[in-house]
Design a protein around this ligand. Sequence first.
Ligand code: NAP
Length: 247
Amino acid sequence: MKLQGRTALVTGASRGIGRAIALALAAEGADVAVNYVSSEPGARDVVENITKMGRRGILARADVSDYPDTFRMAQDVLAAFGHLDILVNNAGVNSDKTFVKMDHASWRKVVAVNLDGVFNCTKVFVDQMLKQNWGRVVNITSVIGQIGNFGQANYAASKAGVAAFTKSLAKELAGKGITVNAVAPGFVETEMVSGIPEKVRNRLLEQIPLRRFGTPEEVARAVAYLVSSDGDYITGAEVSINGGLLM
Ligand code: NAP
């Protein structure tokens, strides 16, 4: 096991990609704090699965777009674990509309969770990582941040912002034992894409050389690689997992 003795927090881990990441890190030996905002039953189920693996799992409820709430969550997690080694900023939302129909609230909501949320969670743990001179931060971006998409100006902008944040922080923290990377999934089978109409899905599949959407586990394995010693020489990278959609 490659993460024995490590502690991690995964945001948005009550379902989808975050759930798979939390379980993958626990399978490699890490104790994991499971963040969520409203899906408590889902988060509890992830914690139970982590516990069954013989690792410590704890609930860490907070709205990542709310700085005071995130700060309070970090204090609780640090009190429970004593320290935090690995932060995975995965929580994300979309609110798709063409720009002409997009109102300010929809813009703010997506940027607040996807971009401010990454700032908030990283800010509340970075001092502690600096003190221990070791840390691993992985931010979940998206192929949409790399290529843009019709109806997703808010989402694309938030993810491109996270990608740029990742590179800046990687440069600032490289000398302090902390690596900062991003993983950019393409289309992955989760609740987030479950509403895509069949016609649109088929058009998307035609553009994906591997002719399928990815699984949450395929994204989770890349995160586990980056935060284990296998990824020690990788920082400032944005690892694409998209079936060849962007090359
Ligand atoms: P999902 O199934 O909709 O899950 C989203 C997760 O984020 C849930 O655990 C949710 O918690 C949490 N969350 C939402 N708002 C939050 C907030 N304010 N504070 C804390 N947690 C919050 O989404 P997913 O598909 O797994 O996506 C995970 C990440 O991958 C996102 O950043 C997404 O943008 C990115 N991504 C997804 C795809 C894809 O095709 N699925 C592709 C590229 C990138 P609750 O359940 O408590 O609401």
